[in-house]
Ligand binder design. Sequence first.
Ligand code: ZN
Length: 206
Amino acid sequence: MLPDSLRRLMQLLGRFPGVGEKTAQRYVLYLVSEQSGLAEALGAELATLRDRLRTCERCGNLAEVDTAGAAVCAVCRDSRRDATLLCVVGKVQDLFAVERSGAMRGRYFVLGQLLSPLDGVGPDELPLPALKARIAADGVKEVILATPPSVDGEATALLLARELGVLGVSISRIASGIPHGGDLEFSDQVTLGRAIAGRRALDVSR
Ligand SMILES: [Zn+2]
């Protein structure tokens, strides 16, 4: 009973995580009823979004492309950040979560994926060469492994501890407090802040 154009828009919105058919319909009806130009503003932003945003060439965070065509994120550009402290996360959403906690004064490295043998993601699929190059280039002294406390997250942390331990940097793991299998993205700021502040040094000599 809905006009085709609304149905198409509903199907697109329904592809967002957590948006079901009813919510998609509410959004669509709001967009067409609304007078403040939300549909036009949204359309203009979306049309150029992919051209303006890229992953940061240093850390994998999201970054705006500058006039020279380079993409370096706000965290990497911020000279007040401690470049010798590097927090390794699995995905961009986790970087945002750690930032929200306010407990991280260093910089980041986003892996993009976690070690997951069952899904065919082995050590070679992780950006280890780029991570090691980053550690060397920035003179990193401490690496905080902030992968989630899940099976894949723990396996990834273990692999990184072994691989990076030989570089002479100190390596720490975020403390418990986040339930096992939990997602950093959905952890509250206080819990995540405590997990980072209470990180434990890993003994990689064994
Ligand atoms: Zn960056």
